[in-house]
Design a protein around this ligand. Structure first.
Ligand code: NAD
Length: 250
């Protein structure tokens, strides 16, 4: 088990799915975690209660709202006076296709890019400004395999948002490595969470055929990868995107 004692981590969307697994894994390794939630305050408070108030706190922010990401980061810093690691995990994957009306298409694209990209960029910006004052810090962005192989026609906006996150991650690595600010992305294939549940149910056989390992990714494996990156044990890997997909790359 990695030792993350002393690290303060903000996990966006930290109360469900991959985010919940990440909050629990990081605190089990000794970190203190700010469990951010979008709308489900009850879930976040239950997790904080499980972990213990010494080691976790809950903060709500609706990341569809412009400026909410920056405000969230500043509130997170206020809890312990610092944040050492930011995990940008919150994300949405609504469906829309070229066959839908233009206004529906535009609204869905804008909302997806706001939550999956703009809020991530705003959080990264605040983190960089904060990390500068502390001579370093670590950013970990949850992207997706869709960033590289694209997605279904009703999820092109999702793939585009995640591709942008990979480019953002690498740009930050290039721009701020000299200030000891490290930036990584994690790109899972299908992960067994609420976001993917309906699709996984409907396409179980096809998905299993597509994955050489035979099964989708458990959220705990994404969390373990985040814990490794948060440890700072692989500093020179900055800019990298780590794949977790049971060898279903293309
Ligand atoms: P999930 O739906 O279980 O969790 C999404 C999280 O994002 C929730 O905690 C939710 O509160 C938060 N969120 C959503 N909208 C928000 C908003 N407007 N404001 C604030 N928070 C908001 O999904 P998950 O599968 O755990 O997804 C976590 C991340 O992993 C996402 O970025 C997703 O794109 C990515 N991902 C998921 C899969 C998969 O197959 N499940 C695969 C690759 C990448």
């Amino acid at each position: 088990m990695l030792n993350l004692t002393g690290k303060v981590v903000l996990v966006t969307g930290g109360s469900r799915g991959i985010g919940e697994a990440t909050s629990r894994t990081l605190t089990a390794a000794g970190a203190k975690v700010i469990v951010h939630y979008g709308h489900s305050a009850d879930e976040a408070h239950r997790i904080v209660q499980d972990i213990g108030r010494e080691q976790a706190t809950a903060l709500g922010a609706d990341l569809t709202q412009a400026g909410a990401g920056a405000a969230l980061f500043r509130e997170a810093v206020a809890w312990q006076g610092r944040v050492d690691v930011l995990v940008n995990n919150a994300g949405i994957a609504p469906s829309v296709s070229v066959d839908d009306p233009l206004d529906e298409w535009s609204i869905t694209w804008a909302r997806t890019l706001q939550v999956n990209l703009m809020a991530v960029a705003d959080l990264c910006r605040e983190a960089i400004l904060h990390f500068r004052t502390r001579q370093g810090g670590i950013l970990i962005n949850i992207a997706s395999r869709a960033a590289f192989r694209g997605d279904n026609p009703d999820a092109m906006h999702y793939a585009a948002s995640k591709g942008a996150v990979v480019a953002l991650t690498r740009s930050i690595a290039r721009g701020y490595a000299h200030e000891n600010i490290l930036s990584y992305a994690v790109a899972p294939g299908w992960v067994r969470t609420d976001m993917a549940a309906a699709y996984l149910r409907e396409h179980a056989a096809e998905i299993a055929r597509d994955i050489p390992m035979g099964d989708v990714v458990p959220p705990e494996e994404v969390a373990n990868t985040v814990a490794f990156l948060a440890s700072g044990l692989a500093r020179h890997m900055t800019g990298a995107t780590l794949d977790l997909n049971g060898a279903s790359y293309t």
